[in-house]
Design a protein around this ligand. Structure first.
Ligand SMILES: NC(=O)c1ccc[n+]([C@@H]2O[C@H](COP(=O)([O-])OP(=O)(O)OC[C@H]3O[C@@H](n4cnc5c(N)ncnc54)[C@H](O)[C@@H]3O)[C@@H](O)[C@H]2O)c1
Length: 310
């Protein structure tokens, strides 16, 4: 059993990952600026110790390490998404980039030495001209979100060179599943299902030809647990399905699953979207034995059924 601190543990990925780690017998301390929404309390609050505070508050961050050391610190806290603008980035710099630096410094001065950082596989490769990206592909961010992740990745690697900090950086593709915000600004699958539930037309940027790699949240949880158990250190991993689907493919699958031939509202494409991005997951597969098990159609069907029952 490991003792694990999850920063930003009350968001979409954090709540799912906490539940899955608890199920595997780990002890979870969850730090976030807010408690989980009421609807998630029953499912997610059991066996989790909550610490409420902001990553930008250095005394809060230091206080997280007064207790017994953690075997792992998982850093998820982030406020940016690919469409975030320059002022969002400046705010993020004060909150989560400087806060992330403080977090790593606090770890260096404590007995907690292993950090797992959530970067992005969906955005960090950016405009590098490749359709299938492995971890050594050039990093050419096209938005402030990806740039902020690149800054944090490089800082973590530097600190690992300067100290005995050990890291794993994960670059997830496009996770989807239970607990994702149905009415948010990101998450094509969840937001589209949310629109269908509220009888609104789903909106698509561009002509729907953009190809992405979608990963069910249960496979993301599985991949993270495989990494934690692997004994690997100071490594960066893509985590995705390794399969590409166009936005139009996804819409067709959603139509089939929901049995609803809905109309789509197409609007102008965004400069932050590259035409194709699929993750090569060979390194993760070879180092941990990980293999995704939920295909896109079943993952969407599971989510749709859960949504209709809640
Ligand atoms: N969801 C995706 O599609 C996706 C894809 C790739 C990578 N990621 C990365 O995974 C991580 C988690 O994503 P998510 O979808 O769960 O995001 P989310 O927005 O649902 O959750 C982020 C959590 O961090 C908390 N947080 C943000 N800033 C904070 C601060 N300054 N202090 C304390 N808490 C703070 C928020 O309250 C929230 O609970 C993020 O770093 C994100 O960039 C997400």
């Amino acid at each position: 059993m490991a003792r694990i601190l999850i920063l930003g543990g009350n968001g979409f990925i954090g709540r799912n990952l906490s539940a899955s780690l608890i199920e595997s017998g780990h002890e979870i301390v969850c730090a976030d600026r807010a408690l989980p929404p009421q609807m998630d309390k029953v499912r997610f609050q059991k066996n989790i110790e909550y610490k409420i505070g902001d990553l930008s508050d250095s005394s809060f961050v230091h206080s997280l390490f007064y207790s017994e050391p953690y075997d792992w610190v998982i850093h998820l806290a982030c406020s940016l998404i690919p469409s975030s603008n320059y002022s969002d980035f400046i705010r993020e710099r004060e909150l989560n980039i400087t806060g992330g630096y403080e977090l790593v410094q606090s770890m260096r001065n404590s007995g907690s030495k292993r950090l797992l950082f959530f970067s992005t596989g969906g955005a960090i490769y950016g405009n590098n001209g490749r359709e299938l990206n492995d971890e050594n592909s050039p990093l050419i961010p096209l938005n402030y979100y990806a740039y902020s992740k690149l800054l944090m990745e490089e800082f973590i690697r530097l600190e690992a060179r300067l100290s005995d900090l050990e890291y794993i950086i994960v670059r997830p593709s496009n996770p989807y599943g239970s607990g994702q915000n149905l009415f948010g600004r990101q998450g094509l699958i969840s937001v589209t299902l949310g629109k269908i539930l509220s009888n609104e037309k789903p909106q698509i940027w561009g002509d729907g030809s953009v190809i992405r790699d979608y990963l069910h949240i249960s496979d993301l949880n599985k991949g993270i647990q495989a990494l934690i158990n692997s004994g690997k250190a100071n490594q960066t991993y893509n985590i995705g399905s390794g399969q590409g689907y166009s936005v139009n493919d996804v819409m067709q699958i959603i139509k089939n699953v929901t049995n609803n031939d809905f109309q789509i509202e197409y609007s102008e494409g965004r400069s932050v979207d590259v035409p194709v991005n699929i993750l090569n997951i060979t390194k993760l597969r070879n180092d941990t034995g990980f293999s995704p098990s939920v295909d896109l159609e079943s993952g969407i069907a599971t989510l749709w059924n859960e949504m209709r029952q809640s």
